[in-house]
Design a protein around this ligand. Structure first.
Ligand code: ZN
Ligand code: ZN
Length: 286
């Protein structure tokens, strides 16, 4: 048995939360993923959409100590920050990273300060540090994190690859590969940054906001089609894909129908579900 990485999906929706009876099975909270090592508490959070609220229950009410790493700063990746008692807590210790773009705290405060919001990032309770990250490999919260810039829309956006040295997963929540050209199947380029992030991972968590046939009309919003995620996984020898960043209009039944298209695909394909926990292990690793 190797060491294990545990990935908890706190929010899987893209763009805006999607409450309602048609969305309860996959969940309506926006992007946030908690990552833990072995049997430990989560120490690394990717994105802080409204799903971040679920971290409080995951920690059994204890304050969070670790890092929050944002892929970019859009609302659906930041608006959980002031609504999560585990991080807005006098005893919390949080390092918040974002793709480097000037003073990180000032940049975050452009979307989180009066008159847009009652408080600034600095007014969150606990010990907070805000910093910018450049591309490359970083040691963060007990993990090795590879950051690569990927095409999206409206702001510098990173995809990440996270590993404990044995198991690994790639997280490309918001990705518009068609910005770089049509690629082999007309769904976008299988470009070097995406291939490097996904290469040989145990799991790929990838933007699947659109159906392939919706892409021509909607690619200008900055997202990927589901079929691209499967093609990237195949090209990068990833055995398991989670469709992520579901369109807010995509009902549970529609996600089931989308996933069913890929039941014979080489990688195992599932729709990311809020509340699910995936244990990665690579028994062949040293
Ligand atoms: Zn997003
Ligand atoms: Zn975005």
């Amino acid at each position: 048995m190797g060491a294990r990485v545990r990935v908890a999906l706190l929010g899987v929706r893209g763009s805006t939360p999607a409450p309602g009876l048609e969305f309860v099975r996959y969940g309506g909270h926006t992007s946030s993923v908690a990552v833990a090592l072995d049997g430990l508490m989560p120490s690394l959070i990717l994105d802080a959409g409204t799903g971040l609220r679920g971290l409080t229950a995951l920690l059994g009410g204890r304050p969070f100590s670790g890092a929050i790493v944002l892929g970019h700063l859009h609302w659906d990746h930041t608006q959980g920050l002031p609504f999560c008692p585990a991080v807005d807590n006098p005893d919390a210790k949080v390092d918040l990273w974002m793709p480097a773009q000037g003073d990180a705290e000032v940049v975050l405060a452009r979307g989180m300060a009066p008159p847009h919001f009652p408080i600034t990032p600095r007014q969150l309770r606990g010990a907070w540090w805000f910093g910018g990250m450049e591309e490359g490999v970083h040691e963060i919260a007990g993990f090795e994190v590879l950051a690569r810039e990927i095409p999206h829309k409206g702001g510098r956006t990173f995809g990440y690859r996270v590993t404990d040295g044995r198991s690994s997963f790639a997280y490309l929540s918001d990705h518009c590969p068609s910005n770089l050209g049509p690629g082999p199947a007309g769904l976008g380029e299988l470009h070097p940054a995406a291939l490097e992030l996904a290469d040989g991972c145990d799991l790929l968590i990838h933007d699947a906001q659109y159906l392939d046939e919706e892409l021509p009309e909607r690619a200008s919003f900055g997202h990927a089609a589901a079929g691209y995620s499967v093609a990237l996984a195949e090209a990068a020898s990833v055995p398991h894909v989670l469709f992520f960043h579901h369109d807010p209009q995509r009902t549970d039944d529609a996600i089931d129908t989308l996933v069913a298209r890929y039941e014979n695909a080489k990688p195992r394909v599932e729709g990311a579900r809020q509340g699910s926990v995936i244990d990665l292990s690579n028994p062949t690793a040293a």
